[in-house]
Every structure is written in C-alpha cells, then in structure tokens.
Design a protein around this ligand. Structure first.
Ligand code: AP5
Ligand code: MG
Length: 217
C-alpha cells in the first residue's frame, strides 16, 4: 500500500504520519523534513532551498523531485509501502510521482486529503514548537509541553520553525490554495482521493484515516 498524505500546512500531515507509520509499517518520506535536513547539512540543494522555505514559497519541482528520488532508492530495497508526506504539491509533481511509482515498481498511491479550515491552520502553525534535538513536536495551544519551552522527551529547548511566523504562514496558505489544491482534482479524476475532516483531536483524525484505509485497502 502506498499513500499520499495531502493537506495544507498545519493540517496534521507530520502528526498523522507518525501514527500511520507505526500502524501500517510504511516508509515515511517527508519532503519538508528532507529539505530541512539538507539545510542543516548545508548541502548545495539545502543552500538553494533555504531562502525559498523561509519565504513560505515552494521549492522548484526539479529540486524537490531529485530529493524524493534520493530518498526512495535506498528504502525501496527493503519495502514496497511508502507514505509520501508533502509530495506532490503541484500537478506536475503528481504526474512525476506516478512515473516514479512505475519506475520503482510501486502500486499507484491513494491520496488522503486532510481538510482543515484556514483560521485553525494559522493557530496550529503559529502555536507549533519543535525540538531540534529529538524532533518531537508540541503546540502551545493544543499540545503544550509540561514546562514551557522545554521538550518533554529530551529536555532540549523548543523552537519555532522559521516559516511558522504569522506572515509566512499566510503566504504558505495562499500558495497552497493557488498552486497545491489543483492536485486534489488530479487525484479525484483518477478515483483515488479520500477527503477526511481533520478538524478534531489527533486521535479522532487518526480513527477517520484508519476507517478509510480499512474500507478501501
Ligand atoms: P513541510 O514541512 O511539508 O510543511 P507544510 O506542508 O507547510 O506542513 P507542515 O509541516 O507545516 O504541517 P503538517 O501538515 O505536517 O502539520 P503538523 O502535523 O506538523 O514543507 C515546508 C516547506 O518545504 C514548504 O513550505 C516548501 O517551501 C518546501 N517543500 C516541501 N515539500 C515540497 C514540495 N513537494 N514541493 C515544493 N516545495 C516543498 O501539525 C502542525 C501543528 O498542529 C503541530 O503543532 C501539531 O502538534 C498540531 N496539530 C496537528 N494535528 C492536530 C490536531 N488534530 N489538533 C490539534 N493540533 C494539531
Ligand atoms: Mg509536516
């Protein structure tokens, strides 16, 4: 089984990916995480992507696709079940993913679309705090750490993502509606789009995702 977890920034793709990976033994590929890793390591690709991400814009299809291929190739030796988080984000990327699945002999993915109203997305994103040491994600409104600014898991300091300030968040949402939402039509036309109301607790959303998967796969 291959899944695309699709949705606007803050819809819970990363949060639900963690749960899905545990429950269905999927190999998780998040292009956002991969880009942030490339920035941390100061690779040529990371250096190109850094300013683009900080502005809340999309990295070019060519760059992000080369990163995706790099991630899939070694994992494919041991698995045929992937969870794509944050890719595709444009219609050309959706077409490329179909080609990549063919090339790597993977089943075409089903797409789970997490639907959340914009006002709530802004609150989720501006409230997010991450632990750069262990990767744990918190939220000052919805999932606060026990001690403000301190990770519950490793006691490291929590930080905001560079693109989670209010202005960049609004730009990311604008770009989502303009450039990414047409991907929904692409998958709907192919009969593999499942939209989930993701305006609920993490557990409630996961239950909805689980029932879609159990019903169709
Ligand atoms: P990426 O890292 O993919 O960011 P994004 O799509 O903007 O999504 P987020 O990671 O911000 O949100 P999420 O949906 O994962 O939500 P999360 O679970 O963390 O991409 C970053 C950038 O990289 C892009 O802007 C672009 O520049 C570039 N990029 C990446 N892929 C690309 C591509 N394919 N093409 C071109 N450019 C690309 O949750 C958010 C917060 O809400 C957390 O605090 C969480 O605790 C909380 N939360 C989650 N679920 C719930 C819930 N049910 N109730 C209450 N709170 C919740
Ligand atoms: Mg994410």
């Amino acid at each position: 089984m291959n899944l695309v977890l699709f949705g606007p920034p803050g819809s819970g793709k990363g949060t639900q990916s963690q749960r899905l990976v545990e429950s269905y033994s999927l190999s998780h590929i998040s292009t956002g995480d991969a880009l942030r890793e490339a920035i941390r390591k100061r690779t040529p690709l990371g250096l190109q992507a850094q300013a683009i991400i900080a502005r809340g814009e999309l990295v070019s299809d060519a760059l992000v696709t080369s990163l995706l291929r790099e991630k899939i190739a070694p994992l494919r030796e041991n698995t045929d079940s992937f969870l794509f988080d944050g890719y595709p984000r444009t219609v050309p990327q959706a077409a490329t993913l179909a080609e990549i699945c063919d090339e790597f002999r993977l089943q075409p993915p089903a797409t789970l679309n997490l639907h959340v109203p914009d006002e709530l997305l802004i609150r989720r994103l501006t409230g997010r705090r991450i632990c750069p040491s262990c990767g744990e994600v918190f939220n000052i409104y919805f999932k606060p750490s026990t001690l403000a600014g301190v990770c519950d898991v490793c006691a490291g300091p929590l930080v905001k993502r560079v693109d989670d300030d209010p202005e960049t968040t609004r730009e990311r949402l604008r770009i989502y509606h303009d450039q990414s939402s047409p991907v929904l039509d692409y998958y709907a036309e192919r009969g593999v789009l499942y939209t989930i109301d993701a305006n609920g607790t993490t557990d409630e959303v996961f239950e909805k995702i689980r029932s879609v998967i159990e019903e169709h796969y």
